[in-house]
Design a protein around this ligand. Structure first.
Ligand code: PLP
Length: 386
């Protein structure tokens, strides 16, 4: 049989690994911190201690790596610890380029800790190959960071074009693929060098664990080694129970992402027709500025995340969010249940997010129930505070 590459099969089977000791078809958890040493072999050739790595990681790392078409994957204690491991491979004085509306946790980390570490960051308001090319500092820019679709305004960036521009100047390209997941986009195939996941979102998919993962492209094996050293030295390792849960959640990744994407498109179309909605931000809409790139770069749908802006400004948006009944107000995304959030309030004072914007993580409920809930929330009286 030919090598299987379809993500549906890869995730459903989790690569069909079997526990060799018992023939168990579900992976065991191996919590041991220490591994027996051969009395003759006191060098560090084998597995020694669970902070270096743990055998429970092997199957989920292999699965994520195969889904992303990488040369290797490493699990981390959180998306944040995975992200910052990439930045810790850089040196004081290095320059990095990011979108202005990058995940707010990373923006804050760079402004506080990255700056102290000596990294110089340029945050760009538009993110295409031309603006990235113009911001590249030859010899100094070492990393171009991308998020597509980007949270919470869902701009779409052209991975191939931006990667070509970055590579021409000798910079690596890292992509936060948390929102698209490899079911919708495989950034390495478009030229990226590193792929990041917050496993806390779609990969696990059940809203009950924090995890992160990094995948490097073929040819970046040295970088993988450096990142593994950083994981060990900074200690951002994932617990073995969380690792097991992550693999369990990933078995249904493909189904969940496709279902959420189909419902998000229907919800976006409904919201676009509502008189109290001034703008719907969803890459699946033909009116979205990045729709053509999204069609080229994404398959199986446009993701389960969308945002919309409400007539009447911040106060009106907050009232709509408070009025939803089935859809609850909460942070994070990628869980089975739909949540809504007034994002600017969560992002703090330096948030570039429009104040009238509500972000929705579309879950797995019946679409009619989601539309009915948002309709009743929007149809209620909204005070105009503009
Ligand atoms: N990337 C994106 C797009 C996110 O939204 C988040 C968290 O919300 C992260 C990364 C960070 O991941 P974690 O919460 O697992 O540390």
């Amino acid at each position: 049989m030919n090598k299987i590459t379809n993500p549906e099969t890869l995730t459903a089977t989790a690569l069909s690994w079997v526990d060799r000791e018992t023939d168990a078809m579900a992976a065991p958890i191996r919590p041991s911190t220490s591994f027996l040493r051969d009395p003759e072999q006191l060098d560090r050739t084998g597995r020694i201690f669970s902070r270096d790595d743990n055998p429970t990681y092997l199957q989920p790392e292999a699965l994520i790596n195969q889904l992303e078409g990488g040369a290797g994957c490493l699990l981390f204690a959180s998306g944040m610890s995975a992200m910052t491991a990439v930045f810790h491979t850089l040196n004081p004085g290095d320059h990095v380029i990011l979108p202005k509306n990058v995940y707010s946790g990373l923006r804050q980390w760079l402004n506080q800790h990255g700056k102290r570490w000596g990294l110089e960051a340029s945050f760009l308001s538009s993110y295409d190959s031309e603006s990235v090319s113009n911001a590249l500092l030859p010899g100094r820019t070492k990393l171009v960071w991308m998020e597509t679709p980007s949270n919470p305004t869902w701009e779409v960036s052209d991975i191939a074009a931006i990667s070509a521009a970055a590579h021409a100047a000798g910079a690596l390209v890292a992509i936060d693929n948390t929102v698209a997941t490899p079911i919708l986009t495989q950034p390495i195939a478009h030229g990226a060098d590193v792929v990041l996941h917050s496993g806390s979102k779609y990969l696990n998919g059940h809203g009950d664990l924090i995890a992160g993962a990094l995948v490097v492209a073929p040819g970046q094996e040295e970088l993988l080694k450096a990142i593994q050293g950083i994981r060990n030295d900074y200690g951002g390792v994932l617990g073995t129970f969380e690792t097991w849960l992550l693999l369990r959640g990933m078995r249904t990744l493909s189904l969940r992402v496709k279902a959420a994407s189909a419902s998000a498109l229907k919800l976006a179309r409904f919201l676009s027709t509502h008189e109290k909605v001034t703008l719907v931000r969803y890459p699946g809409l033909e009116s979205h500025a990045g729709h053509d790139i999204a069609r080229r770069q994404m398959q199986n749908g446009f993701g389960g995340m969308l945002s919309f802006q409400v007539k009447g400004g911040e106060a009106a948006a907050k009232i709509v969010a408070a009025r939803t009944q089935l859809i609850r107000q909460a942070i994070s995304f990628g869980s089975p249940d739909t949540v809504i959030e007034h994002r600017a309030s969560m992002e703090g004072a330096d948030s570039p997010t429009p104040r009238d914007l509500l972000r929705v993580s579309v879950g797995l409920e019946h679409i009619d129930d989601l539309i009915a809930d948002l309709r009743q929330a929007l149809d209620g009286e909204v005070e105009n505070n503009d």
